[in-house]
Design a binder for this molecule. Structure first.
Ligand code: SF4
Ligand code: SF4
Length: 498
């Protein structure tokens, strides 16, 4: 008798195959159709993915030529430009979203797996957002997802701390001491501002030469005092278009949801959005599995529970990254007392509902890594007190690798070694204890230990970026890393900068 050997994700269909372009649509907070939340937005723009208002019904998405091209590439095992985030994760030892989706859609049911039906694609999985309304401005987020970031982002851009710079390069046409003038390709009267003019010196280092004039498309600098014809010049442009408050606009039709099996609802903060009730009312909840994410910064009332109670199955993911001031610092505008009340209320409700499960969805970064044990114990304490026999078996762990300035690997070596040994002791303590379901926390702790060593390929640049953005945001938000998260301050300033 042949022993069945489970297939590895990459052996299913092809090495680049992912279920999402065959069954899924991500409704991006800008109202644009998107392949998935990880797909690169520039590639979608170039591929012509439309505003979702342009689809007669949402299922049309799977017949869009750009999506069909992705499907063909994946079936042939070719790489897809916009999937770089997943390829990066796989090359660097992280589990990619592609691998997670293969697990969700195929591994458990692999015996029934059939190649995707390209003639009759079905929109079975929708990720829904309602725009960028969010009451928080978490350190790791941005204005596309949270309108509370808009002003801070504008200020950080004005101060030159962030921006998606575009770099144009030239050869210098004038020798020193003449000024250097270059003609910029991108229009300077609208979208782009010139933020830097640099020249490469004779040892290959880029030197900021300053800007003396901008006239029309021409930017002039004094250049290096000894520059010569042919020296390299680069000009950095930053996007000055401002993101505003965005709402999803579409007249929904029952056909939009006819094949729907799974809906994931993400943010912004979806349940606080005024369009949430109307949208929820039109879903045939009893046929659908729902995964919904909340920042737990508000306490849910019966009205919200009533809108969610009829799903075939509902998982509520609580994005809580710390206790007390750790949470308040990382998830700006959050108040810890309210967060804790919110978590309790969700748990108490789930105990009364056989179809509802509460999951903890922390995101680990260098900001909260030093508080890992304390935060896990808070969660375990609550589950013991409130969930008792309820099967709450879900912890959805995220380890930050983007924005790369917050990766745990940037902590100094001494700190990392110290935290790893504390984590090992913690695993032993949990193994020898009698806390129900602690194996999930053990699993997370094992992953946490491994993530310290996933080194950033641009360590120095990331560290400099971390310090710059932390100091500027602290000043702008009236927060203090030193007072609010002292262990992280110690690691990143007293040890790292020593
Ligand atoms: S491979 Fe990754 S980026 Fe590409 S569609 Fe799948 S999940 Fe999205
Ligand atoms: S709660 Fe979510 S959407 Fe809101 S700022 Fe935080 S990460 Fe962004």
């Amino acid at each position: 008798m042949n022993e069945t050997v489970p297939m590895k994700p990459e052996e299913i269909v092809s090495k680049t195959y992912c279920p999402l372009p065959f069954n899924h649509l991500y409704v991006h907070p800008t109202n644009m159709a998107s392949v998935c939340c990880a797909f690169q937005k520039g590639a979608e723009k170039r591929g012509g993915l439309p505003n979702i208002k342009d689809y007669k019904n949402l299922g049309d998405h799977l017949n869009h030529p750009f999506i069909q091209d992705i499907q063909q590439k994946m079936l042939k095992g070719e790489k897809v430009d916009g999937c770089a985030t997943c390829y990066y994760a796989e090359e660097h030892g992280y589990q990619s979203m592609r691998e997670k989706e293969i697990e969700t859609w195929h591994i458990e049911t692999f015996r029934d797996f059939t190649p995707p039906d390209l003639e009759n694609p079905k929109l079975e999985f929708l990720e829904m957002t309602f725009g960028n309304y969010c009451n928080l401005a978490c350190r790791t987020c941005h204005s596309d997802l949270s309108h509370s970031w808009i002003d801070d982002e504008a200020e950080l851009t004005r101060r030159g701390v962030i921006g998606n710079p575009l770099i144009e390069t030239f050869d210098c046409e004038t020798p020193a001491p003449l000024k250097v003038t270059v003609e910029i390709f991108e229009p300077l009267d609208g979208k782009w501002d010139v933020s830097k003019f640099e020249m490469k010196n004779n040892i290959g280092k880029w030197i900021d030469c300053g800007i003396v004039a901008i006239v029309g498309q021409n930017v002039t600098s004094n250049g290096l005092s000894n520059h010569s014809v042919g020296s390299e010049v680069r000009v950095t442009l930053t996007d000055n278009t401002k993101v505003g408050r965005m709402n999803i606009e579409k007249e929904w039709h029952p056909d939009d949801f006819k094949d729907l099996q799974y809906i994931k609802i993400t943010g912004g903060e979806p349940m606080l959005h005024p369009d949430f009730p109307k949208f929820m009312a039109q879903l045939e909840q009893q046929n659908v599995y729902c995964f919904i994410f909340t920042n737990a910064s508000w306490v849910p009332k019966k009205r919200i529970f009533d809108m969610l109670k009829d799903f075939k199955f509902l998982q509520v993911f609580l994005s809580v990254d710390g206790t007390g001031e750790v949470q308040e610092y990382m998830r700006h505008n959050a108040k810890w007392d309210t967060t804790e009340k919110s978590v309790r209320k969700w748990m108490e409700w789930s105990v009364t509902m056989p179809n509802v499960q509460i999951a903890w969805a922390p995101t680990w970064s260098l900001m909260n890594a030093s508080y890992f044990v304390e935060i896990c114990n808070w969660w375990l304490g609550l589950t013991k007190e409130l969930l008792r026999d309820k099967n709450w078996n879900l912890v959805k762990t995220n380890f930050i690798y983007g924005p790369s300035i917050y990766q745990m690997s940037l902590l100094p070596s001494d700190t990392k070694e110290n935290l790893k040994s504390k984590a090992l002791e913690y695993i032993e303590e949990l193994k020898n204890g009698d806390i129900r379901m602690s194996e999930l926390i053990i699993e997370m702790t094992e992953a946490y230990i491994k993530f310290f060593d996933k080194n950033s390929p641009k360590q120095d640049e990331d560290l400099a970026g971390y310090h710059k953005i932390t100091e500027t945001l602290d000043e702008m938000r009236g927060q203090s890393l030193k007072k609010m998260i002292p262990l992280t301050y110690k690691a990143m300033y007293e040890i790292e900068k020593k």
